[in-house]
Design a protein around this ligand. Structure first.
Ligand code: 5AD
Length: 366
C-alpha cells in the first residue's frame, strides 16, 4: 500500500468487503496519518454565514429551488463575534462557509477577512462556492489563507447531471481549483460518497485526482438524501449502476478517507459532519481513526444553525461550543490524540517561511 497506488489497486480496495482486509487498510491509513501529520487534531471553527444560494445542485438542501427553507444571512458583527469566540477558545482557524449568495459582496468579505486577521491570530478559510478570479484574488489580498471547493465527483456525466450551470454555462471546478492554487491559497476539495449513480470506478478516479491536484485539504462525506431535493426525492429508487453503485455509508466513506490519506499523506483531512450525522455515536471517531486529522466544530449562532440544512439533521442541537470542545478534548485524549495548536496549515508546503512542524518534514510513509 503506497502513495503510488494505481487505479486497479484502488478499485480492489473500494470494492473490498472482507472485514479483516478492511481493518488492515484502516490501520495502515492510521499509521500513515500518525507518521506524516502526527497525533495533533486541528480544530477549525466553522461559521455558516449565509444559507442563500443561487445554484440548483440536485443534492443540496440550500438549492435555490427549495422554497420551504427559511433563509438567513449573518451580519458582520455576528460573524466577528463568532470569530472572536473561535480565537478565545484557542482554535487556530476560522472557516467562513456559505451558499452562493448573490448579496454577499466582494468588498464586504474582504473587509471581514481584514478585520479577523487584524484582531485575531486566526488563519482564515473561505468556502463560498464558485467565485470569479477577481473576487478570489481580492479575498486573498485581504489575507484569506485557504479556500474549500469540493469537486464532488470526477465523473463528468454525473457532475453535469447534478450541477445545473448558471444561465446554462457550466463551470469547471477543476479549472477553478487551479486558479485558486495560483492565487496562493491552500486548496481544499473533496467529494460526496454514495451519490446515486456514483460507481466504484469513478471514486477511484476521484482519489487519483486528489493526488494529481496535490490538495492541501480533502473533505469526504457520505451523501445524505434531502427530501426537498431532486436527488433526495429519488432516493430509494433502484440505482442504474446496479452493484457498481457506491453505498452512502460511514464504512464506505471512511474507506475513501483511508485511501485519501495513503495517497496524500500530508493533506489535512477532516472528519466531516456528514459522518457524525449518519452515525452520531461513532462517525466522528471512526474517520479520525482511519486517516482524518481535523475536526470542524460549528460556531454558527444557534438561532441560524438548523437553517443551514444542506441535508436533514445536520445541525443537531446538542450543546454549546464550550462543552463540545471539552468533550472533544477528552475524546481525543482517550484516542491517544491531542488538540493541535496554531494554524495547522499543510505541512511541507510553507512558502517563504519555516515549516510549522519541522519534525514531520520529509517523513516518508510505509
Ligand atoms: N449530503 C451530503 N453532503 C452534502 N453536501 C451538500 N449536500 C449534501 C448532501 N445531501 C456537501 C457537498 C458540499 C458540502 C458543503 O456539503 O459536498 O460541497
Amino acid at each position: 500500500m503506497k502513495a503510488e497506488m494505481d487505479r486497479e489497486e484502488l478499485l480492489a480496495w473500494l470494492r473490498a468487503d472482507d472485514p479483516i482486509r478492511l481493518e488492515a487498510l484502516w490501520r495502515h491509513a492510521d499509521h500513515v496519518r500518525q507518521r506524516c501529520v502526527g497525533d495533533a487534531v486541528h480544530l477549525r471553527g466553522l461559521i455558516e454565514i449565509s444559507n442563500y444560494c443561487r445554484r440548483q445542485c440536485a443534492y443540496c438542501g440550500l438549492r435555490a429551488g427549495n422554497r420551504t427553507l427559511k433563509r438567513y444571512r449573518l451580519c458582520a458583527e455576528e460573524i466577528m463575534a463568532a470569530a472572536r469566540e473561535v480565537a478565545a477558545i484557542g482554535y487556530g482557524t476560522v472557516v467562513l462557509q456559505g451558499g452562493e449568495d448573490p448579496a454577499i459582496e466582494t468588498g464586504w468579505i474582504a473587509r471581514l477577512v481584514r478585520q479577523i486577521k487584524a484582531e485575531t491570530p486566526l488563519a482564515v478559510t473561505l468556502s463560498l462556492g464558485e467565485r470569479d478570479t477577481a473576487e478570489l484574488a481580492a479575498w486573498r489580498a485581504a489575507g484569506a489563507d485557504r479556500y474549500l471547493l469540493r469537486f464532488e465527483t470526477s465523473d463528468p456525466a454525473l457532475y453535469q447531471s447534478i450541477h445545473p450551470g448558471l444561465n446554462g454555462i457550466p463551470v469547471h471546478r477543476i479549472d477553478l481549483l487551479a486558479q485558486i492554487r495560483a492565487l496562493g491559497y491552500e486548496v481544499g476539495s473533496g467529494i460526496m460518497v454514495g451519490l446515486p449513480g456514483q460507481t466504484y470506478a469513478s471514486v477511484a478516479w476521484d482519489l487519483l485526482l486528489f493526488r494529481e491536484l496535490d490538495l492541501d485539504m480533502i473533505g469526504i462525506g457520505p451523501f445524505i438524501a434531502h427530501p426537498m431535493t431532486p436527488l433526495g426525492a429519488r432516493s430509494g429508487e433502484q440505482a442504474v449502476t446496479g452493484n457498481e453503485q457506491v453505498p452512502n455509508t460511514v464504512q464506505m466513506a471512511s474507506t475513501v478517507v483511508a485511501l485519501a490519506r495513503i495517497l496524500c499523506p500530508q493533506a489535512n483531512i477532516p472528519s466531516t459532519t456528514a459522518m457524525a450525522t449518519l452515525n452520531p455515536r461513532q462517525g466522528c471517531q471512526l474517520a479520525l481513526e482511519r486517516g482524518a486529522n481535523v475536526v470542524m466544530p460549528n460556531f454558527t449562532p444557534w438561532i441560524y444553525r438548523q437553517l443551514y440544512e444542506i441535508y436533514p439533521s445536520k445541525g443537531i442541537p446538542d450543546s454549546s461550543a464550550d462543552s463540545i470542545c471539552g468533550r472533544l478534548e477528552n475524546q481525543l485524549t482517550g484516542m491517544g490524540r491531542r488538540i493541535g495548536r496554531g494554524p495547522g496549515g499543510r505541512i511541507g508546503r510553507w512558502i517563504g517561511s519555516k515549516p510549522e512542524f519541522e519534525i514531520y518534514e520529509n517523513v516518508g510513509y510505509a
